[in-house]
Design a protein around this ligand. Structure first.
Ligand code: AMP
Ligand code: MG
Length: 343
């Protein structure tokens, strides 16, 4: 009798230990950082299957970079660019989808957002050691090669043709958003419910934080060094993407030239905004939209945002006035008093 009692107690104890171990692995936190897609990426994932999910996520980011970069000669985009003015090139369904989305934003902004900006990007090379201020004649001769209407899509065969020689696609304003959506989807498939995915300013906060509260995300102070915040915003199972002039720039003869270019002038966009933050469910849309609104400027940008459903925003203009959507306002705290909420 006593023996049986002891064995039941033992089984009970083992069961308790197993449940404990299960719960501990449930909170397993994995962290990984890498330089990919031209930026520093940092992901934290929490959950039993976080290690496997993390490996799959980075594999997917590498695959997206290998297909969509305009650098080198082997990516799908590089091949499309190489055949500009000649023939159509087949691309994968993912690249096709990203180009199609980019063209939608080009339409919405009447060409202020333009994924065929590459010839101008290549003149400036802002963000690389070769960055320089081009001569006006160089800009004049490259501008005719920019124009999204020259991107010819074939939905049936999933091919892309650039109509004119010298044209080139650059998905730098949108591909990281796509990658963030893909990483979030991979984590969900693996049952990872909490993660902070930061793909160089394209952030996806999956679920809520380990304490069960919304993630608190700092908004970069656009007038300050990196990692200084001007506000904190709470996000819960959402993406937050910021575009700003401070992200990549070149300083020459006392002038700052930033990386978001005006496809009509060939020079950095003369925006009255310092930064644009978009909060929503789709990171590819938030990425395209944040760059779009930055180029459009405050008035036109607000107009576009008001026509866009389910999107919250925080805009900072050159007078340090902060404009935010009603849905962002209640979970947004300015931490640097030099910034003021616009009346
Ligand atoms: P983001 O950091 O998402 O705002 O995107 C900026 C990047 O998009 C730049 O580094 C360029 O590669 C590219 N780009 C620059 N100007 C434009 C533009 N007007 N439309 C689309 N892409 C652009
Ligand atoms: Mg963008």
């Amino acid at each position: 009798m006593r023996k049986r009692y002891i064995s039941w107690a033992l089984i009970f104890l083992l069961a308790l230990l197993a449940i404990g171990a299960w719960r501990i692995t449930d909170n397993k936190e994995v962290h990984r950082a890498e330089f990919l897609m031209g930026t520093y990426m940092e992901i934290t994932a929490i959950g039993r299957r976080a290690p496997a999910a993390m490996a799959a996520a980075f594999e997917r980011i590498q695959e997206i970079e290998a297909r969509m970069t305009h650098h080198g000669q082997s990516s799908e985009i590089a091949i499309v660019n190489d055949k500009a003015g000649q023939t159509a090139a087949p691309v994968g369904a993912d690249t096709y989808q990203v180009v199609k989305k980019a063209l939608r934003y080009a339409d919405l902004t009447q060409g202020k957002f333009d994924p065929t900006i590459l010839p101008i990007v290549n003149l400036w090379q802002i963000g690389s050691p070769q960055a320089r201020v081009p001569q006006p004649y160089e800009i004049e001769s490259s501008l005719p090669a920019v124009g999204y209407k020259g991107v010819l899509l074939d939905d049936t065969h999933k091919t892309i043709k650039l109509a004119h020689a010298g044209m080139g696609l650059d998905l730098g304003a949108i591909a990281k958003g796509y990658a963030a959506d893909e990483v979030a989807a991979i984590f969900r498939q693996h049952g990872v419910k909490k993660a902070l995915i930061n793909l160089g300013g394209n952030l996806y906060a999956l679920g809520n934080n380990p304490a069960g509260k919304p993630w608190r995300i700092g908004i970069q102070d656009p007038e300050s060094n990196r990692n200084e915040y001007m506000a904190v915003v709470e996000v819960d199972d959402e993406t937050l993407v910021t575009s700003g002039a401070y992200e990549r720039f070149l300083e020459a003869d006392g002038v700052l030239y930033h990386h978001i270019l005006d496809p009509f002038t060939g020079y950095p966009a003369e925006s009255d905004l310092l930064s644009v933050t978009i909060i929503g469910k789709s990171s590819i849309d938030a990425d395209a939209l944040s760059t779009s609104v930055f180029v459009l400027g405050l008035q036109e940008g607000l107009k576009l945002l008001n026509e866009t459903d389910n999107t919250n925003f925080v805009l900072i203009d050159k007078d340090l006035q902060v404009y935010c959507s009603a849905g962002a306002g209640d979970r947004f705290t300015i931490t640097n008093p030099k910034y003021q909420l616009a009346p």
